[in-house]
Write a protein that binds this ligand. Structure first.
Ligand SMILES: Nc1ncnc2c1ncn2[C@@H]1O[C@H](COP(=O)(O)OP(=O)(O)OP(=O)(O)O)[C@@H](O)[C@H]1O
Ligand SMILES: [Mg+2]
Length: 292
């Protein structure tokens, strides 16, 4: 159960000196040069990375895909994997209600109630329009848009996570519709906050079509790809023989080498996500396929 007395930090204007947290030594697998990596714990996923190191700690990773491609479940599965390792996870939902998200986790037999009791997991729903309105009010009060810094809105004050999911950037962006420059300011602040506090984060972005597979890739509105350290793309696969599957690829990950291939994954009842790193989506295996 989420603590009802939890204070939620409202955004407020202040000139901020960003301090690096003293206590942010992350536990994780240490590479020889001292860099720390996070294991998602999703079977078959961390294997895609060189020496199975996983995702560089502190990275901002876009989780992209079409509707129903598995973005939410993938991020919840990562939160489960990290909670199992004793890391603190915050799931910020701008879409589904808290109870439904926790219901998904229970369905997969993940110990959501145990994690919450131990203070490892917080699932919280936010209204994207609140974010947009408060940024607008703050900016018009300041009248010096480029000189001010805005605290990223609505991070709980009494919970310091190792890992944050924002579900989704697309929902936040649509609440800023018609005010793209404000959205960009907000995003820059958000990225800076997460970076300064060394919080590894997954930012879900819904894309209508797989944006990276065509020659006509064009970033709409939310120009955030350049700010992110990594991109994981989830696909719906339609085989020409009528079969369907889910697939994913690591498209970009600064500071890590990884296998460049699109592989199948499955969402399994009562179990969760399993990535099959050996099942590459290929025209040789089936008659053909389309990624959506
Ligand atoms: N409990 C479950 N058991 C088995 N499969 C499930 C379960 N919950 C969801 N799925 C499957 O996972 C798919 C992806 O769900 P998910 O909510 O993660 O998609 P999404 O990419 O976040 O979608 P949206 O863009 O609508 O937010 C669903 O379409 C469904 O097929
Ligand atoms: Mg979703």
């Amino acid at each position: 159960m989420v603590n009802k007395k939890e204070k939620v930090k409202k955004s407020h204007l202040k000139i901020k000196v960003h301090k690096k947290k003293e206590s942010s030594k992350k536990k994780g697998k240490l590479k020889q040069d001292g860099e720390v990596y996070l294991h998602t714990g999703i079977p078959g996923f961390d294997i895609l990375f060189d020496k199975h190191y996983g995702i560089p700690s502190g990275a901002s990773v876009l989780i992209e895909g079409g509707p129903g491609s598995g973005k939410t479940i993938f991020c919840l599965a990562t939160a489960d994997g990290l909670c199992k390792q004793g890391k603190k996870c915050l799931y910020m939902s701008f879409e589904e209600p808290e109870e439904r998200l926790m219901g998904h986790m229970r369905h997969f037999k993940w110990d959501v109630d145990g994690y919450i009791k131990k203070g490892l997991l917080r699932v919280k729903r936010f209204d994207a329009l609140d974010v947009s309105r408060s940024v607008e009010a703050l900016l018009s009060a300041a009248k010096k848009e480029l000189l001010i810094e805005i605290d990223p809105v609505l991070f709980p004050e009494d919970f310091t996570p190792d890992f944050v999911v924002i579900d989704s950037l697309s929902s936040i962006a649509s609440a800023f519709s018609g005010h793209e420059s404000r959205f960009r300011i907000y995003m820059e602040q958000l990225f800076r906050y997460l970076e300064n506090n060394k919080i590894t984060n997954f930012l879900i972005r819904e894309v209508a079509t797989p944006s990276h597979i065509g020659a006509t890739y064009k970033e709409e509105g939310e120009a955030v790809s350049f700010l992110s350290d990594g991109i994981v793309v989830l696909y719906n696969v339609i085989y020409e023989n009528g079969g369907r599957a889910c697939a994913l690829e690591v498209l970009k990950m600064r500071g890590a080498s990884f296998e460049k291939k699109i592989v199948e994954f499955k969402i399994i009842n009562n179990k969760g996500i399993e990535v099959n790193p050996n099942k590459v989506i290929s025209k040789d295996r089936q008659k053909g396929f389309v990624l959506t």
